[in-house]
Write a protein that binds this ligand. Structure first.
Ligand SMILES: Nc1ncnc2c1ncn2[C@@H]1O[C@H](COP(=O)(O)OP(=O)(O)OP(=O)(O)O)[C@@H](O)[C@H]1O
Ligand SMILES: [Mg+2]
Length: 587
């Protein structure tokens, strides 16, 4: 109790993910400074030419042109590779970081215990793994401009001051004006763009949902209803998009006019006046023009960079919070070895409440005591909500009890590593899951090194060989997502075959035949019976036919065991069990 599922995790703790990209990033970013310096030289280059033409045209023809060609080539030789490697190396460094981030994030999810998936929805985990990693990846561009743009700004201002201080001050004042206008417009633009993203997310959510229930819509002939819902959401998106288009362009187009036309005109008028006064040369004015065009774009870009950067920063923070999550179920420092597992299970005064359950909900298990002998075949019955499935998850150690203990062969489960523990256990649920891949692949989930002969033997034991053999591609038949192409009974037999292949000492079944008809049930039951031989088994079932041959039947109600015994005894001694039997005709 009192165990927390959060640890401290900050940006610093992500630095191992920079492995293999630190040097690349450092070189890339230094080259960004070189790139900026080269760009800051370009207006100077034209200044030199124009001033020389104005002052001494002869000298320009004689040596100016040659000098310019030499210097121009030099700038190009520096600029091109510096720019190229600045962009490419920084990108590569960042992408490697993001790759590590994504892989480690997924490994982190895999390290979690079941409680984690109650704190986080699947969609949320997806958003962290995909959208947030992508947002961090976008940070590459922001980091580049955060290095390059201020450098270019500083270099350029120094050059401008060197050429003419008053004109530099005028340009600086106008740059500040542009920055302020952008800063003012930014929040609204961002807000409207967010609205577009939200609206677009809603469209995709509705489409995804309706594609998922296509069969339902068809069966009720309500395609028109779905089409209308999508249309409504689409209209809302269109409205947002139109608003953004109008206001975004109102802003960008007026800014363009200001920076590309009004401001250069001001610089031209003042500069031209000062040329007539002999303060400036034509080339100086041209250089200022060049600097202006570069810097006005840089300043606007920087404002956008800062605001864009915020979403990368927020994504990094969310990822840190995600990495801070820890499983509530942990392996011990030095786990006990688990060889020669016999399969005896004991629950000692187990109390349990789900980690996220509201406090007014009582505990799910209240002081449960149960001893299961190695090799015993146990059945578990009881009304819905009695805590039967919960009991199985505790034996699997998906959760730890709040007090009391679950023991395997006399040792607390918490003494073993979960990996070794799970090697000795297997479970089949009401609906078995398969990943999209071949039947062989799905079988080898239980034992990666199993050869075909072993797989066939397992299928044979589980009454599954016959139908697999009849499939056109046998073991190589591909199962759709969730094994869509198999019948319910076939899936259950395949799941049992998977357990035969895994060969654990303890097997558990949670309503394995509830969704099956009597005929399929008979096949599955036969397979289960074979599996139960020499193993401890616990079967939760609503059907009497599935449980009445068990060595012992446990009746659970409201989180406690209220009776146990064999079928015939319980029928007489336990009213709840008698009622349970009475409801099932023909038994
Ligand atoms: N993940 C969960 N988080 C919180 N409460 C849960 C969770 N799973 C089950 N419960 C609650 O625990 C209690 C026992 O549930 P459990 O699934 O163990 O019952 P069950 O006996 O298997 O019922 P059924 O026969 O319907 O499968 C119920 O009150 C249920 O609401
Ligand atoms: Mg259940």
């Amino acid at each position: 109790m009192g165990e927390t599922h959060q640890r401290r995790f900050g940006w610093k703790d992500m630095s191992p993910f920079l492995k293999g990209s630190r040097l690349i990033l450092a070189i890339g970013l230094v080259l960004g400074l070189v790139d900026a310096a080269a760009q800051a030289c370009v207006p100077l280059f034209f200044r030199y030419a124009l001033n020389l033409v104005q002052v001494n045209p002869g000298a320009f023809v004689e040596r100016g042109m040659v000098n310019m060609l030499l210097v121009g080539t030099a700038i190009l030789v520096v600029f091109l590779p510096a720019a190229y490697y600045f962009h490419v190396l920084t990108m590569i460094g960042f992408m490697r970081f993001c790759r590590n981030l994504q892989v480690q994030l997924y490994r982190h999810v895999l390290r979690m215990s079941v409680d984690f998936f109650q704190r986080y929805q699947v969609g949320e985990i997806n958003a962290r793994l995909n959208n947030d990693v992508e947002a961090v990846a976008n940070g590459a561009g922001f980091v580049m401009s955060l290095v390059w743009a201020p450098a270019l700004l500083v270099y350029s201002l120094v050059m401008m001051l060197w050429i003419d201080i008053p004109l530099t001050l005028i340009c600086t004042a106008m740059l500040v004006g542009i920055a302020l206008l952008t800063v003012l417009a930014m929040p609204k633009l961002k807000e409207w763009n967010r609205d577009v993203r939200d609206a677009s997310g809603e469209v995709s959510a509705v489409v995804t949902e309706y594609v998922g229930i296509f069969g339902l819509l068809k069966a009720y002939s309500r395609e028109d209803f779905a089409a209308m819902r999508v249309e409504t959401k689409s209209d809302a998106l269109l409205l947002q998009r139109e608003k953004v288009a109008r206001w975004q362009h109102a802003f960008t187009d007026s800014m363009q006019t200001l920076t590309r036309f009004v401001a250069p005109l001001i610089i031209l008028f003042i500069g031209a006046y000062w040329i007539t006064k002999g303060r400036l040369l034509a080339g100086d004015l041209a250089a200022f023009w060049g600097y202006w065009l570069q810097l006005s774009a840089v300043v606007q870009g920087l404002v956008f960079t800062f605001s864009g950067m915020m979403s990368s920063v927020a994504a990094m923070d969310r990822l840190c919070a995600f990495f801070a999550e820890q499983p509530l179920v942990k392996d011990p420092e030095i786990p006990l070895p688990l060889d020669g597992c016999r399969g005896g299970i004991e629950l000692r005064d187990v109390h349990f409440r789900y980690p996220l359950a509201e406090s007014e909900e009582g505990p799910v298990l209240r002081g449960l005591n149960l001893k299961i002998q190695p090799g015993e075949n146990l059945a578990l019955v009881g009304p819905s909500g009695a805590g039967k499935s919960t009991l199985l998850t505790l034996i699997l150690r998906f959760h730890d009890p709040d007090s009391g203990a679950v023991l395997l062969d006399g040792q607390d489960l918490r003494a073993f590593s979960q990996k070794e523990l799970h090697a000795e256990m297997g479970i089949v649920l009401q609906e078995s899951l398969f990943f999209s891949g071949t039947i062989g692949d799905n079988m080898r989930l239980a034992r990666p090194d199993a050869d075909d002969a072993a797989i066939w033997a397992a299928l044979e034991a589980a009454n599954a060989a016959e139908f697999v053999r009849e499939l056109p591609r046998g073991l190589d038949s591909v199962l759709g997502e969730r094994g869509a192409k198999l019948s319910g009974g076939q899936k259950q037999r395949l799941a049992i075959a998977r357990l035969f292949l895994k060969d654990p000492k303890i097997v558990m079944f949670d309503e394995p035949t509830s969704a099956l008809d009597a005929d399929s049930e008979a096949h599955v039951k036969e397979a289960m019976k074979r599996l139960f031989k020499d193993r401890t088994s616990i079967t939760v079932a609503h059907r009497l036919s599935t449980v009445k041959d068990a060595d012992r039947i446990i009746v659970m109600d409201k989180g406690a065991i209220i009776a146990e015994g064999r079928h015939a005894e319980l029928r007489i001694n336990c009213p709840l069990y008698a009622e349970f039997c009475a409801r099932q005709a023909g038994v």
